[in-house]
Design a protein around this ligand. Structure first.
Ligand code: PMP
Length: 333
C-alpha cells in the first residue's frame, strides 16, 4: 500500500516499541497530529566510519528532542537512552549504515479538541537514505530565493524547539522558491535581516571571516551550525556571530546553508523576492561558484562525520560495539 520510492532503502519503522513493515499502515486518519501538527521531531544522520556506522552528535539531538517535547507540553514515553537504543536498532533492522534518522513524537488518536486530553503521545522512528539536493547540485552550489513571508519571531515561539506544525511555513515557502525556479527558500526575520532556510541555517564568508546569526535573529540554532563554528575556530578561521543584513549577504564572498539534512550546501546565487508583487533582484555570491572556505569546511565536516578526524571522534556514537569490530585499513570506502 505504501511504497518506499522516496524513502530509499527504508524497510521497517519503529513505532511504540515494535517494528512494522514499511508498507504497514498503523495510524488512524483522525490522529491529533495530522490535523494540528501537534508533534515534535528530530533530523539526525548516521555515517560510515572505519569503526562501523556511527550516529553524529546523537546526545545533542536527543537533548533537543526532549526540549522540543517540553516546549510542546508533551510527555515523552521513553528516556533519551531508550530512544538512542531504539534508533540504533532501527538502523540495524533496516540494514542501513549511512542514513537519515527521523524520530517523531506526536499526539495520536483519541480526541480532536485542541486540547489533546485523550490523545496519547506516541513515538515513531524511521530511517532511510536521504539527500535534499543531488550530489552535483551540492558540488556546484545552489540558488536561494528570499521569500516575502518572514520567519516566525523568537518572541512568538521558543526557538529551541523543532515543532511539527511550524514546518508548514517551511513547506509553503520551499514550494514557492521552486515555483520561481530557484533551488531553495531563504527567510528574512521580522527585523528584515537574513534568518535561515526552511530547514537549515545560513553562513556567509567575507574577507576570510565566517559569520552566522543566532537565536535572537529568529532561527533554530542548529547542531551543524554549532559544529561548524567549533571546527572553524579550531582551524584558526575568524568567526563572528550576529545579525546578517541582506546587504552583507549580497556582498558576501561565499555563503552556504548548514543542517543535518543539507549538510553543507553552498549558495552561489540569491534572488531577493522579499517584496511581494515586485520582480526579484538577483545577486551572484562571490564568483558565482563554491568558495575556498566553504569547500574546505564541507570536506572537514564530512571527514568529521565519517570518523576520519580523531579530534572529533567525541561526536560519534557507534551503532555497533566498536571493540567488537576490527578496524579496516585505510582507505576503507
Ligand atoms: N533551521 C531549521 C528551521 C531547521 O529545521 C534545521 C534542521 N533541523 C536547521 C536550522 C539546522 O539544524 P541542524 O543543524 O541541527 O540539523
Amino acid at each position: 500500500m505504501f511504497d518506499n520510492t522516496y524513502f530509499k532503502n527504508a524497510k521497517k519503522y519503529w513505532y511504540n516499541g515494535k517494528f512494522y513493515a514499511w508498507s504497514d499502515p498503523t495510524l488512524h486518519p483522525m490522529s491529533h497530529a495530522l490535523h494540528y501538527g501537534s508533534s515534535v521531531f528530530e533530523g539526525i544522520r548516521s555515517y560510515v566510519t572505519p569503526k562501523g556506522p556511527a550516529i553524529f552528535r546523537l546526545p545533542e539531538h536527543l537533548d533537543r528532542f526532549l526540549i522540543s517535547a517540553q516546549v510542546a507540553k508533551m510527555e515523552i514515553p521513553y528516556g533519551a537512552a531508550e530512544i538512542g537504543q531504539a534508533i540504533k536498532l532501527t538502523l540495524q533492522e533496516n540494514r542501513l549504515q549511512a542514513a537519515y534518522i527521523r524520530p517523531l513524537l506526536f499526539y495520536s488518536y483519541g480526541n480532536l479538541g485542541l486540547v489533546p486530553m485523550h490523545s496519547p503521545e506516541e513515538l515513531l522512528i524511521a530511517v532511510w537514505e536521504f539527500s535534499v539536493f543531488p550530489r552535483d547540485k551540492k558540488n556546484k552550489g545552489i540558488s536561494a530565493y528570499i521569500v516575502p513571508w518572514r520567519r516566525i519571531h523568537h518572541r512568538q515561539l521558543d526557538m529551541r524547539a523543532k515543532l511539527g506544525g511550524l514546518y508548514i511555513l517551511s513547506a509553503i515557502n520551499a514550494v514557492a522558491a521552486r515555483e520561481h525556479d530557484y533551488d531553495e527558500a531563504l527567510f528574512l526575520n521580522l527585523e528584515g535581516n537574513v534568518a535561515e532556510g526552511p530547514g537549515a541555517n545560513i553562513f556567509i564568508v567575507k574577507n576570510g571571516q565566517l559569520k552566522t546569526n543566532e537565536r535572537s535573529e529568529s532561527i533554530l540554532e542548529g547542531i551543524t551550525r554549532t559544529t561548524l563554528l567549533e571546527m572553524a575556530r579550531d582551524s584558526g578561521l575568524r568567526t563572528k556571530v550576529g545579525p546578517i543584513t541582506r546587504k552583507e549577504l549580497f556582498e558576501a564572498d561565499e555563503a552556504f546553508f548548514s543542517g543535518t539534512a543539507v549538510e553543507i550546501t553552498p549558495i552561489v546565487l540569491v534572488a531577493d523576492g522579499s517584496e511581494a508583487g515586485q520582480e526579484a533582484k538577483v545577486f551572484t555570491i562571490g564568483q558565482g561558484r563554491v568558495g575556498e572556505v566553504t569547500r574546505r569546511l564541507a570536506e572537514d565536516y564530512q571527514a568529521a562525520c565519517c570518523g576520519l578526524l580523531p579530534h572529533y571522534h567525541k561526536w560519534l556514537t557507534y551503532v555497533e560495539d566498536p571493540a567488537a569490530r576490527p578496524v579496516p585499513a585505510y582507505p576503507f570506502r
